[in-house]
Write a protein that binds this ligand. Structure first.
Ligand SMILES: Cc1cc2nc3c(=O)[nH]c(=O)nc-3n(C[C@H](O)[C@H](O)[C@H](O)COP(=O)(O)OP(=O)(O)OC[C@H]3O[C@@H](n4cnc5c(N)ncnc54)[C@H](O)[C@@H]3O)c2cc1C
Length: 357
């Protein structure tokens, strides 16, 4: 397997493909690993515009609790990678603050009820702790919250180019998967929505974001506002830049952010702090999240093909773990999270229109 002639083709330069190429290259420095993307490196794919949150507890509204361990392991992997890159992609793991307006306290209570009991990684907090964590928040509007330690975020627009720089072989090329599988020892299919015509039950879920500059506001934690209509998160970037996201809309139409979504995000943002009324809008973006019916990612293996898709809201959260699953499949070594991601039952296999054999 470590022969120089071993060819591994990774198709798709989103975070799943980049992370697979990165982990494989680390495992097999001598192999011929090539990362392909038809739109270049990096390109404006779903990964590039993402928030970059690695926040497993906060995502328990969108995933089963048994994925929590994988998410926490991912935070550690990202930490190691960030250290090895001299922290050049704004990786921070100082946790999340979750708040709701006082009148919406029941949403916070509902969310608290799904967090694991007897877990010291999160705690309910009141005014004093909110002020200590984020002094600019108005505690007469937000008097209760949840502090989740250890959750992380990074800037995909810095992380992806940094990782790509270290991937030795990259080619800008459209790959026909059926042809490529005859030309490679292994083919890792990370095409995201590009695989839609081959995977019957893959659908797209639109997400929209807003990026603003607000020199009047500082935030050190990832902030989530629980709201009955417009839940949002604010990811702080360097230099008073904030990414605000994200809508979850059942459509694959990916033109741009709609007026309605922009207004919703902006009004919820303004309700967090009045200084956002004067914030400068830097950009609005829309992307399509590749998703399976249960919104959980899956890996399918068929002969020399490994298909990684359906990362939904969790590209940064789960790609390091799924890339380790890919390595474990090729090395035939066990990995503790394989059972969560590798789907080999008949029902799932039948959903793959393309027969890889
Ligand atoms: C607004 C928004 C915010 C998000 N925020 C977060 C977040 O904070 N945290 C988190 O974990 N996740 C987040 N996500 C989810 C995450 O972005 C996705 O899960 C992730 O991007 C999916 O990655 P991917 O590599 O599978 O697909 P993509 O990023 O879509 O990449 C697929 C790539 O494959 C290429 N390709 C397709 N077909 C071919 C072909 N035949 N030949 C060559 N190349 C091909 C495409 O050009 C593309 O570059 C967010 C998503 C959105 C939309």
């Amino acid at each position: 397997m470590t022969k120089k002639s071993t060819k591994i083709s990774v198709v798709g330069g989103g975070i799943m493909g980049i992370m697979s190429a990165y982990m494989l290259q680390r495992q097999y420095p001598d192999a011929n690993i090539i990362l392909y993307d038809e739109n270049g490196f990096p390109n404006d794919n779903a990964s590039f515009i993402a928030g970059g949150m690695i926040s497993p507890y906060s995502e328990l509204d969108h995933m089963p609790e048994n994925y929590l361990g994988a998410g926490l392991s991912s935070v550690k992997i990202w930490q190691e990678i960030s250290n090895s890159y001299n922290n050049c992609f704004e990786f921070t793991n100082n946790g999340s603050l979750i708040i709701a307006h006082n009148s919406d306290h029941y949403i916070l209570e509902r969310f608290r009820s799904i967090l694991p009991n007897n877990d010291d990684q999160w705690q309910s907090i009141g005014r004093q702790a909110i002020t200590r964590l984020e002094p600019q928040l108005n505690i007469s509007k937000f008097c209760k919250g949840l502090h989740i330690k250890g959750e992380a975020h990074l800037n995909p627009k810095k992380a992806m180019p940094a990782l790509l720089n270290n991937i030795k072989n990259k080619k800008v090329k459209h790959i026909d998967i059926k042809e490529e599988k005859h030309m490679s020892d292994w083919i890792i299919d990370c095409r995201g929505m590009g695989a839609k015509s081959d995977i019957a039950n893959l659908r797209g879920v639109k997400g929209e974001t807003l990026i603003v500059y607000n020199p009047e506001f500082n935030l050190t934690h990832l902030l989530r506002l629980m709201h009955p209509r417009y839940p949002l998160y604010i990811v702080p970037r360097d230099n008073n830049i904030f990414l605000i996201g994200a809508t979850i809309i059942e459509t694959e139409e990916n033109s741009n952010t709609s007026l309605r979504s922009s207004m919703e995000l902006m009004s919820a943002l303004y309700s967090i702090h009045p200084s956002f009324s004067d914030a400068q809008i830097i950009e609005t973006r829309a992307g399509i999240r590749p998703s399976y019916p249960d919104n959980m990612p899956q890996i399918h293996v068929s002969k020399n093909m490994i298909i990684c898709n359906g990362l939904f809201r969790h590209g940064f959260l789960f790609s390091p773990i799924m890339a380790n699953c890919v390595v474990s499949i090729i090395t035939r070594q066990p990995y503790e999270f394989n059972h969560l991601f590798i789907k080999d039952n008949k029902e799932n296999a039948n959903n793959l229109k393309r027969k890889c054999a």
